[in-house]
Write a protein that binds this ligand. Structure first.
Ligand code: SAM
Length: 285
């Protein structure tokens, strides 16, 4: 049997493919990692899987065996030709030659669900790293009707996404993920799990979308704006960052509000839980 490395090299030679760095093309060649991605996505015949950036089709091939339907979204025309030739026999395969950031995923999912054959939607991808954050934000903020997101991304970003707010390695995005999902790490992938090798270590994570948010907040947009302001000046105390950003009118107001919700004046943004930010947002609302 051909190894994944041999299969990938064969396809690259056959179609004269040189990985396009600008499109974040690093093809997976490690069988164990592929297996782990597929396993942790828990795919069934009732699922529609949306795969972002299928590339040569390494994950696609496995997804097609498990899912009711697979819709791939790939920007690179060269890959579209390869994928169509590889998978045209599969009746559950569909491909869109588009930039994932421009696809109306809400509409796409609505249409697929209306047809009645699929019950749940899961996102699976070895993401193009140059747009990891905008893709993750889109998947979460558009509040799509999806069950889970299983993705390979840079380890450093992965650790920030799956961190618990108020603990280590957090950023503004940690709070967004936590609000919309529960997240966990699956497996790390060293550089040699891909060709060409990326410059960073990678990690697979799974996000399960929450049915209900973990905190009550009158206006979540206000809360997320406050979080962004707080982390833009994360070296400053929360109070100074939020006064500078005009979230609080002045120091006196800041001191008053922090006192009312039981936070010390000198606390820094990364020490706050999501509930703390929700409390501030509710006071300001
Ligand atoms: N899934 C393949 C694998 O695991 O071997 C390839 C993964 S590669 C890291 C990322 C893929 O995303 C590439 O095929 C690239 O062409 C595609 N891509 C890059 N930007 C994209 C975009 N804006 N929309 C959709 N696909 C994109």
């Amino acid at each position: 049997m051909q190894s994944l490395l041999q299969e990938t090299q064969f396809l690259m030679n056959k179609y004269h493919i040189k990985a396009n760095k600008a499109l974040g093309q690093n093809f997976l060649i490690n069988e164990e990692i592929v297996e782990q991605i597929i396993e942790s996505a828990e795919i069934t015949q009732e699922d529609l899987v949306i795969e972002i950036g299928p590339g040569l089709g390494t994950l696609t091939k496995e997804l097609l065996q498990k899912a009711g339907k697979v819709i791939c979204i790939e920007l690179d025309k060269k890959m579209i030709k390869i994928l169509n030739e590889r998978f045209f026999l599969y009746r559950n395969f569909e491909i869109l030659n588009q930039d994932v950031l421009k696809v109306d995923l809400k509409e796409l999912i609505k249409k697929e669900k209306q047809e009645g054959k699929i019950k749940q939607v899961k996102i699976v991808a070895n993401l193009p790293y140059y747009i990891t954050t905008p893709i993750m934000m889109k998947l979460l903020e558009e509040q799509l009707e999806i069950e889970s997101i299983t993705v390979m991304i840079q380890k450093e970003v992965a650790d920030r996404l799956i961190a618990t707010p108020g603990e280590k390695e957090t950023g503004a995005i940690t709070y967004t993920v936590y609000y919309y999902a529960t997240a966990q790490g699956v497996i790390e992938a060293q550089n040699n799990a891909f060709i060409p090798e990326p410059e960073v270590t990678s990690k697979v994570i799974t996000l399960k979308i929450r049915k209900n948010p973990p905190v009550e907040v009158k206006d979540k947009e206000v809360m997320f704006r406050i979080i962004k302001c707080a982390f833009m000046q994360r070296r400053k105390t929360l109070m100074n960052a939020l006064v500078n950003a005009k979230v609080f009118l002045n120091k006196e107001e800041a001191i008053q509000i922090l006192k009312e919700i039981g936070l010390p004046e000198n606390i820094r943004a990364e020490k706050l839980t999501l509930q703390d930010f929700a409390n501030i947002a509710n006071k300001i609302f």
